[in-house]
Ligand binder design. Structure first.
Ligand code: XBP
Ligand code: MG
Length: 255
């Protein structure tokens, strides 16, 4: 075993802290389309496929290229950015209404980390206003030493850039931090930055592969909502603790 000490947890946002993709971003895109008089509607299944493209603006651009290449919006980056800004507003309203809860174990693990004096950070592909909307509704943005979001880096996940940025802002090496992600893109980004990575899957990501993850769970778990281990070692029961994370970090650093 190495003597790697856990100093910080770096959380993805969408799909990890809450089910924001299916119930938040997708719905907000559809509301923005309706408001703009566009007859487009992204179903739950459609959106699952569109998630292959990281970033809302990039996803819109891809959709237009694939489905409506003749539409005046296709290729018009400025118009896409405007439509995306309208979607962001709808997303913030949705979150403020309180209909999207945190996933099991998120609040508990964050509280434990704070109590233990660990530092917390966010590394998300989502736009900063979106990340803040979720943190403001359920947690407190001030708990996070770093909130790395959206266009602060040029290349989105699965590129490691957002994690490199978060680590640089934390002033910590990857070997003393753990990343918590929900998707293949996110896990690849974290691993490329050299981070020990825990994955908590959701409906959109449960069939994905996570070969480099230290542990794959169906949630972080809570006493009344136990988590299930899908892959990896050191299965927590009934929920993931800081002690587990410390052991996983040490094990991955010694291998
Ligand atoms: C997931 C994403 C985001 C959201 C939409 O981000 O790919 O693009 O789907 O957010 P995360 P924006 O890294 O938190 O999983 O529309 O603001 O891009
Ligand atoms: Mg995610």
């Amino acid at each position: 075993m190495s003597d790697a000490t856990l100093d910080a947890l770096i959380f993805d946002v969408d799909g990890t802290l809450a089910e924001t993709e299916r119930d938040g971003h997708r719905v907000a895109f559809n509301r923005a389309f309706a408001e703009a008089g566009l007859g487009w509607q992204w179903s739950v299944d459609d959106y699952g496929e569109l998630l292959a493209i990281a970033g809302g603006k990039e996803r819109l651009h891809h959709y237009l290229q694939q489905q409506h290449p003749e539409h005046p919006l296709a290729g018009d980056r400025q118009a896409i950015a405007q439509l995306h800004a309208a979607k962001t507003e709808h997303y913030r309203q949705l979150l403020a209404s309180g209909t999207i809860p945190l996933r099991p174990g998120v609040r508990r693990l964050l509280a434990a980390a704070r109590q233990a004096g660990l530092r917390l950070a966010i590394a998300t592909t989502s736009a900063l206003p979106n990340a803040l909307a979720l943190l403001e509704r359920h947690l407190d943005p001030a708990w996070f030493a770093v909130i790395a979001a959206g266009d602060v880096v040029a290349a989105k996940k699965p590129a490691p850039d957002i994690y490199h940025y978060a680590l640089q802002q934390l002033g910590l090496p990857a070997r003393s931090c753990v990343a918590i992600e929900d998707s293949e893109h996110g896990a690849i980004a974290a691993q490329r930055a050299g981070l020990t990575t825990i994955v908590t899957v959701n409906d959109y990501t449960q069939a994905q592969d996570f070969p480099g993850a230290a542990l794959v769970l169906d949630s972080l778990g809570d006493p009344e909502q136990p988590c299930r281990r899908l892959a990896g070692q050191l299965a927590p029961s009934p929920f993931l603790t800081l002690a587990h994370l410390q052991m996983l970090l040490a094990a991955s650093r010694s291998s």
